[in-house]
Design a protein around this ligand. Sequence first.
Ligand SMILES: NC(=O)c1ccc[n+]([C@@H]2O[C@H](COP(=O)([O-])OP(=O)(O)OC[C@H]3O[C@@H](n4cnc5c(N)ncnc54)[C@H](OP(=O)(O)O)[C@@H]3O)[C@@H](O)[C@H]2O)c1
Length: 263
Amino acid sequence: MKKICIIGGGNLGSSIAIGLAQNSASYSITVTGLKLEHVEHLKSYGINISTNNAEVVSGSEVVILCVQPGQVDRALKEIRDVLTPNHILSSTATGVSTEEMAKVLDKPGIPIVRVMPNTATAIRQSMTCISGRGASEEQLREIQDIFGAVGKTIVIEEELMQAATVLGASGIAFFLRYIRAATQGGIQMGFHPHEAKLIAVQTAIGAATLVSEFNDHPEMEIDKVTTPRGCTIEGLNEMEHQGLSSAVIKGIMASYHKINNIR
Ligand SMILES: NC(=O)c1ccc[n+]([C@@H]2O[C@H](COP(=O)([O-])OP(=O)(O)OC[C@H]3O[C@@H](n4cnc5c(N)ncnc54)[C@H](OP(=O)(O)O)[C@@H]3O)[C@@H](O)[C@H]2O)c1
């Protein structure tokens, strides 16, 4: 059984822990928080909780750092003395490079891996981008196995981590905003809110699954539902006249610009 500790049981740390806890035969999970009451809710999933980072790390094989970027230095200093080259240190912190973390640790030989999952880890549907520094292929595979248990994974160059954050982590919010808008359209056409949401959500799942399962271009699936002179192409073209694709690309690039200038 792999011993994993998650430092920081906030939104993401809790989602990862809950997702992994569904595979309780493979993982023993401990989540730490600044205050025990902040992570208390995780106990009902069979997750251990603590406020003592150093103690928990010394009893773990894999560390997943899930604190805010500005809290990374303090957390790393708390665990620096107990970290050994046998640990794999992974971090979800946005914009904090492996080089910066290695500098704070000031301890050679610690494999450091950056992971960028999203909150769908809780339902094991995350997209997790991974990049490593000083980590062997086997250690990277180990991290892929862990995050593979809560969704899909891809190993990328570290320079693409910011882009991965926008597309994969912020992407959750972007898709949800579409679902909200579609729900509002449904209500205006006469559905009750819960019916409109059900239809919008299941249709989004269906659309994403079609592209994922058939591994084809979205436009190929769009062609299948756009009858010439029909209502779908009428609606699609109106959305494009209003700037749908352009708004999405510009939004993604605005996020990307922001993330590159946050610190
Ligand atoms: N949310 C996402 O979708 C997402 C996706 C990808 C990456 N990320 C990145 O992942 C990191 C965590 O994000 P989040 O949304 O989970 O943030 P969050 O909700 O603010 O959670 C951070 C948690 O860390 C705890 N914490 C801070 N310092 C600690 C320490 N020294 N020891 C133990 N616990 C400590 C905080 O405890 P208290 O509650 O007691 O303050 C808080 O619960 C961030 O760097 C973020 O950029 C987030």
